[in-house]
Design a protein around this ligand. Structure first.
Ligand SMILES: Cc1cc2nc3c(=O)[nH]c(=O)nc-3n(C[C@H](O)[C@H](O)[C@H](O)COP(=O)(O)OP(=O)(O)OC[C@H]3O[C@@H](n4cnc5c(N)ncnc54)[C@H](O)[C@@H]3O)c2cc1C
Length: 191
């Protein structure tokens, strides 16, 4: 059996799950591969500086809320590590330490402070010092490969990671839906 997705997100932390929420709400078939318990959000303890929080909340709790949301909208999750990503004709082939292989047309790298050197070499990704080089849409120098969150930013804050996930996801959605403008707004009935 061949497992094909539109997008595979490598990394199950704040940035990766943020991307998955937007993608799955737009009905883009998305798989997130990674271990949620290894996200820095579990170490973060209490978070006070995140936009919109009325009370102090726990990093782990915030991540769980968004994980459940991404699942509710249709994102799939596999709890394993990605060993390598290779380009095979029009697809990216994602090899996991569980011995499973998945395929996707786009890849979003969201590995936090880890820069996976095997993937860097295999996809010929360019670095900017110790982080991935990306443009304003979070696209790397390799076609249909994005990087989001701590792996492409020296600004190691939750708000930045979540914003990156949104940014990359919306760029992919715009391309897939062939729209210059795409917005994900919830509008109250009757307004
Ligand atoms: C002690 C501490 C306190 C903090 N407090 C705050 C705060 O108060 N406010 C704030 O804004 N920010 C805070 N942060 C920062 C915040 O937690 C991070 O900015 C945020 O988690 C970054 O999100 P990310 O998705 O880039 O990385 P992470 O959330 O760390 O997620 C990275 C994911 O990638 C996975 N991964 C890595 N390699 C692979 C691979 N090869 N295959 C598959 N998966 C892989 C990991 O397992 C993990 O799931 C704190 C961080 C720490 C450590």
């Amino acid at each position: 059996m061949v497992y094909r997705y539109d997008v595979i997100v490598v990394g199950c932390g704040a940035a990766g799950i943020s991307a998955a929420v937007y993608l799955s709400r737009a009905k883009i078939k998305t798989l997130v591969v990674g271990k949620k318990d290894e996200s820095q959000m579990n170490e973060a303890g209490t978070i006070e500086n995140y936009f919109g929080l009325e009370k102090v909340s726990y990093g782990k709790k915030i991540l769980n809320v968004e994980y459940k949301k991404a699942k509710k909208y249709g994102s799939e999750f596999k709890e394993c590590k990605v060993d390598n990503v290779k380009k095979v004709s029009d697809y990216y082939e994602i090899h996991c330490d569980s011995n499973m292989t998945y395929y996707s047309r786009y890849v979003i790298i969201a590995t936090g402070v880890v820069i996976p050197q095997t993937i860097v070499k295999s996809l010929n990704l360019k670095l900017d010092g110790k982080i991935f080089l990306v443009d304003r849409k979070n696209a790397t120098t390799t076609e249909k490969v994005y990087a989001v969150g701590n792996c492409c930013s020296m600004n190691k804050q939750l708000a930045h990671a979540v914003g990156d996930g949104c940014n990359a996801a919306i760029d992919i959605i715009r391309k897939e839906l062939k729209k210059d403008l795409y917005v994900d707004y919830s509008v109250l009935e009757g307004t």
